[in-house]
Design a protein. Structure first.
Length: 372
């Protein structure tokens, strides 16, 4: 084996993430026809139950790739045009000049100018993303609140615009993807979650992936611990949560093996056409919630590793859970990783997240996988 696929080194690097402060972490790495999977730490800090590689996990915004793929299937079928205005499809949700100016493409690549609705749905996050001024109280208050997507979209549409339609850099916003879900339903006549399940999840043969309709996670899973920048101490378990606040924009439950399978099939042209895949890989700069700039396509993030190629995938976060999946452009190297703690960085007096050993350990593991 090459030094970029050394199981012992990979396991040690994974354990370093746990020792740096993550309760539990698990991953799968694929290199050509070889597969390595590993886990470190615990799924339950109370009982000490160990985390395992087969566990199902909330993967947050990795869901967006699945939603985008479903929309692009309808593009392939001639049911949707990427450059049509969303107001032509959903005039009741994005009316007037904005509906006429914002295209389907702008929604998928976050250049619509539509603001994030989250601060308005969770009142105590009203300063979001000015995190030093927020409290996590709403996370408890709304653990079992059932949100309606049209209400959330209305909050995002009513909020001040983040930019003119089509302007760059775009600004990351879940409002865009809830609109994509409404578009799917308006075209197909069935709920977006059912359409994505039938035409993306089942088509890819993902046996441990689902868009949940109820708060619990079925099957073996790790608890999801939220720290909210040290404001929740010790971190609290939010694994059982009503995910209607994001729906098919970020509610997916999956496994690291299923994620690698999905992105491998997507990038090999088995989920959408090669023409639509090319559209997915046309990127623009997009400002993420944490302020960093993403190289973002249509539901895909691009990462260039100097000397080691281009990777496509996505990262995601929910309350207490995080995940990332990356596949090299040639399909021969993949990484999917999940962690059961989020927002571990504490904030300085200016509200800026401070470095934490977890950051360095995650970077070291990723670098080992991608670069050796």
């Amino acid at each position: 084996m090459t030094n970029t696929f050394d199981p012992e080194k990979l396991q040690t690097a994974l354990e370093n993430i746990h020792h740096a402060g993550i309760p539990g972490v698990f991953a799968e790495v694929r290199d050509h026809d070889r597969t390595w999977s590993g886990a470190a730490g615990v799924a339950d800090v109370t009982t000490g139950r160990p985390v395992t590689t087969e566990m199902r996990h909330r993967v947050g915004s990795l869901t967006k790739t699945f939603t985008a793929a479903a929309v692009l299937q309808l593009v392939d079928q001639g049911e949707i045009d990427l450059d049509d205005p969303i107001g032509g499809y959903l005039p009741h949700l994005v009316p007037g000049d904005r509906g006429a100016s914002i295209t389907v493409r702008m929604l998928i690549n976050h250049t619509s100018g539509l603001a994030e609705y989250l601060p308005y749905a969770y009142p105590s996050l009203a300063a979001f993303p000015a995190m030093a001024k927020t409290t996590p109280q709403s996370l408890d208050d709304h653990r079992f609140t059932r949100f309606h997507p049209a209400d959330l979209i209305a909050l995002g549409v009513a909020a001040p615009a983040t930019g003119a339609p089509g302007s760059t850099p775009g600004v990351y916003s879940n409002t865009n993807y809830l609109l994509m879900c409404e578009l799917l339903e308006s075209i197909t006549g069935i709920p977006a979650a059912k359409y994505i399940t039938r035409n993306v999840i089942e088509r890819a043969g993902l046996q441990h992936t689902e868009l949940p309709t109820d708060p619990p996670i079925t099957g073996p899973y790790s608890h999801h611990y939220e720290s909210w920048f040290g404001m929740i101490d010790p971190p609290r378990d939010f694994s059982i949560y009503d995910m209607s606040f994001v729906g098919p924009a970020a509610s997916l439950i999956s496994t690291v093996a299923d994620l690698n399978r999905f992105y491998g099939l997507l990038l090999s042209g088995d989920i959408i056409s090669s023409a639509s895949l090319s559209q997915m890989q046309r990127t623009v700069p997009v400002i993420a919630f944490d302020g960093k700039t993403l190289d973002y396509g249509l539901g895909l993030q691009k990462t260039t590793v100097p000397g080691h190629g281009t990777y496509w995938g996505h990262e995601g976060s929910v309350w207490g859970g995080g995940a990332v999946s990356m596949t090299r452009a040639d399909g021969n190297r993949q990484l999917s990783l999940a962690v059961n703690l989020q927002r571990w960085n504490r904030l300085d007096s200016a509200g800026k997240p401070q470095p934490h050993p977890i950051d360095a350990a995650l970077q070291a593991f990723t670098q080992l996988v991608l670069c050796g």
